[in-house]
Design a protein around this ligand. Structure first.
Ligand SMILES: C[S@@+](CC[C@H](N)C(=O)[O-])C[C@H]1O[C@@H](n2cnc3c(N)ncnc32)[C@H](O)[C@@H]1O
Length: 242
């Protein structure tokens, strides 16, 4: 089985480079995750957070902690944790948010992660997850195009409505899912190719091949103001600690 712990340790800096070069490309995605966050939720945990990118989208009354599963992202502001051991006190948070990190975590460890989230949440606290929808264009792009053009491969286990009963079994109630579509936005094609190459570790394709892959799998388009939009979508889950 592919060791994503090792893979993320090696290529976290590339992922971070993409996010630093174009910090607003995924605005629509972070805002889509936050759509389900009640304004009464003050103490928030983002895990796995990567480089802690969620913070810029939060209103001033929120307090955010970040945590990642990889030594590639962990540091002084972002403690290292694992799905079954998150370094925070019981009932410390009103909400736990998790964006596109669980598709590389085994089912067994996902269950352990839910148990940790329950421990960390206050009664009535919310678990919000944004993940790749099984069968979507994004799923095909990742497990087909990226898999063929990243020398370490990409084998993600993606999400659908079978995830809802798993959340319920893990002690969450009122679980619901919403599929949201939004674009990733770039200044031009070169910026989009740089971002996707680095975010997904695509080391076995030329820029022209990446551009063709993005066109064929996702169908990017130019906008009236000369920018580029790459259609993206995720499935967002919301559940409440029982
Ligand atoms: C696609 S990134 C998402 C990061 C951030 N939430 C964002 O949206 O930019 C996936 C994250 O999951 C973490 N991750 C997932 N599975 C992992 C594993 N098996 N071992 C180590 N890290 C893992 C990585 O460290 C990385 O931060």
């Amino acid at each position: 089985m592919t060791d994503y712990s090792e893979i993320f340790a090696q290529r976290a800096h590339q992922y971070h480079d993409a996010m630093q070069r174009d910090p607003r490309a995924r605005d629509g995605e972070f805002l889509a995750l936050l759509e389900d966050l009640p304004s009464s939720a003050i103490d928030l945990l983002d895990v796995p957070s990567g480089g802690g990118y969620l913070g810029v989208y939060l209103e001033a009354h929120r307090r955010l902690e970040s945590c990642d599963f990889s030594i590639g992202f962990a540091g002084s502001r972002i403690p290292l944790g694992s799905p079954d051991a998150l370094p925070f006190a019981d009932a410390a948070f009103d909400a736990v948010l998790s964006l596109t990190g669980l598709h590389h975590v085994s089912f067994e460890r996902q269950d352990a992660f839910f148990a940790e989230c329950r421990r960390l949440l206050r009664p009535g606290g919310q678990l919000l997850i944004g993940e790749v929808l099984a069968g979507s264009d994004v799923a095909a792009f990742l497990n087909d195009f990226v898999h063929r053009h990243n020398s370490q491969g990409h084998v993600g286990v993606f999400f659908d409505d079978a995830f809802l009963p798993r959340l319920q079994a893990a002690g969450f109630e009122a679980a619901r899912m919403t599929v949201r579509h939004y674009p990733w936005r770039f200044a031009d094609e070169a910026a989009m190719v740089f971002y996707c190459r680095n975010m997904f570790g695509i080391d076995r394709a030329s820029d022209a091949e990446i551009l063709a892959g993005l066109r064929d799998y996702l169908g990017y388009r130019g906008t009236d103001d000369g920018r580029i939009e790459l259609p993206w979508q995720l499935v967002f889950y919301q559940a409440v600690k029982r």
